[in-house]
Design a protein around this ligand. Structure first.
Ligand code: BTN
Length: 333
C-alpha cells in the first residue's frame, strides 16, 4: 500500500472510530468493512498516532481516545459547518505568510472561499509593514480568499465585517470582554488578541480578489510573547486561565465569517451595525488617528455604514477611512 493510500485509509478509519469515541472497535470487523488487511488497519492507526490522535491499540481492537488540537485539514474539515468558506483548504505546518500563499493561489485561479492555514509563520505580516508574531502550536493563522462581485469602493468595510465575526467567535468564550479597536484589532481587556490584514487586488472598478488574513493569539502564555509586545498583547488562554481548542475557535470564526460575508454582500454593514458600535473600543474616546504623516485629533463618535470612523474635531464631523489610532484620554480619566 502506498503512503497516499495508507493516509486515505487512516482518514476513513478515523471517521469510523471517532463516531464511537472511547469504545473499542474490533480490528477484524474494521478490516472487513474497510476492505483492508489487519496489518493495513494497524498501520493506518499508526499514521493517526503520528498525526497526534490518541488511539488505544490492543491486539484485536482499536479505540479512539481524543483528537489533537492541530490545524491539519482532517481536523479542520471535521465539524466545519460552512458551505463556501473552507470548502477548499490548504493547511501548512510552517509557512512564511498564509496571506502570501493565498495571493499566489488566487493568481492560479483558486476559488472564492478557499482558505490557507498554518501552525506557524516564519514571516507573518501585520499592518503597516509590521511583523505578526506567529509561534507554532499556540495561535491561529488563517487567510481567506474572497472574490467579491462588488466594486472596490466597498472593500474597506470587509475588515470591520471580519472583526465582528471574530469578536463574536471570541465572545463565545469571554462574553462581554471583547472589543474591536477600529479598524481591525480585536481586544480582550484592552490588549490585542487578534489582528486582521486585508489585501486587495483590483483594477478599474473591479476586484480580482481579496485576501483576509487573521492572526489570533489563542494559547500563548504571558512569557510566550516577545518583550516588546508583552505589555500590549494577550491571548484567550491568559484571559480564560485555560487552554482553548484552536480548531473549535476556527470553526466558529469561519462560520461567522461566512454568514457575515453573505450579509455584507447584500447590504454592507447594515445588519451588523449595532454590533460594530457595541463592540467598539473607541466610540466616546478622545483619540488621534495617524494616516501617513497626517495626524488628526478628536473624539470618536461613530463608525458609519461604510466602516469609516467618524471623529468630532472642533465641532465638525470628519470621516476617516484608514489609519493608526491611539487613545489619548479614556472616558473615565
Ligand atoms: C495586524 O494586526 O497588524 C494584522 C495581523 C494579521 C496577521 C495575519 S496571520 C495570518 C495572515 N498571514 C499574515 O502574514 N498575516 C495575517
Amino acid at each position: 500500500m502506498s503512503r497516499n493510500e495508507l493516509e486515505q485509509l487512516a482518514e476513513t478509519l478515523l471517521s469510523v472510530i471517532r463516531k464511537r469515541s472511547g469504545q473499542p472497535h474490533d480490528i477484524r470487523k474494521l478490516s472487513a468493512s474497510l476492505k483492508a488487511t489487519n496489518t493495513d488497519i494497524a498501520s493506518a492507526a499508526g499514521v493517526l498516532a503520528d498525526w497526534e490522535y490518541r488511539i488505544k491499540k490492543r491486539k484485536s481492537s482499536i479505540t479512539f481516545v481524543s483528537a489533537p488540537d492541530s490545524l491539519i485539514d482532517t481536523e479542520i474539515r471535521h465539524g466545519l459547518k460552512t458551505r463556501i468558506i473552507g470548502k477548499s483548504m490548504v493547511c501548512y505546518q510552517s509557512v512564511q505568510s498564509t496571506n502570501d500563499i493565498a495571493a499566489e493561489l488566487a493568481g492560479r485561479g483558486a476559488e472564492h472561499g478557499a482558505i490557507v492555514t498554518a501552525d506557524q509563520q516564519t514571516k507573518g505580516r501585520g499592518r503597516l509593514g509590521r511583523t505578526w508574531y506567529s509561534p507554532p502550536g499556540t495561535g491561529i493563522y488563517v487567510s481567506v480568499l474572497l472574490r467579491p462581485r462588488f466594486t472596490p469602493d466597498r472593500a474597506p468595510g470587509l475588515a470591520i465585517m471580519t472583526a465582528v465575526a471574530l469578536a463574536d467567535a471570541i465572545s463565545e468564550y469571554l462574553p462581554g470582554e471583547v472589543q474591536i479597536k477600529w479598524p481591525n484589532d480585536v481586544w480582550i481587556n484592552g490588549r490585542k488578541t487578534a489582528g486582521i490584514l486585508t489585501e486587495l487586488s483590483a483594477e478599474q472598478g473591479r476586484i480580482h480578489y481579496v485576501v483576509i488574513g487573521v492572526g489570533i493569539n489563542v494559547n500563548q502564555g504571558v512569557g510566550n510573547f516577545p518583550e516588546d509586545i508583552r505589555p500590549i498583547a494577550t491571548s484567550l488562554r491568559r484571559a480564560l486561565k485555560r487552554k482553548v481548542r484552536r480548531v473549535d475557535l476556527l470553526h466558529t470564526f469561519l462560520l461567522n465569517l461566512e454568514k457575515a460575508y453573505a450579509a455584507y454582500e447584500k447590504s454592507g454593514l447594515k445588519s451588523m451595525h449595532r454590533k460594530v458600535r457595541a463592540y467598539s473600543a473607541l466610540i466616546g474616546e478622545e483619540i488621534t488617528v495617524r494616516t501617513g504623516r497626517h495626524e488628526t485629533r478628536g473624539r470618536a463618535v461613530d463608525i458609519d455604514l461604510d466602516g469609516r470612523l467618524i471623529l468630532e474635531v472642533e465641532g465638525r464631523r470628519e470621516a476617516v477611512t484608514a489609519g493608526e489610532v491611539t487613545v489619548v484620554r479614556t472616558k473615565s480619566s
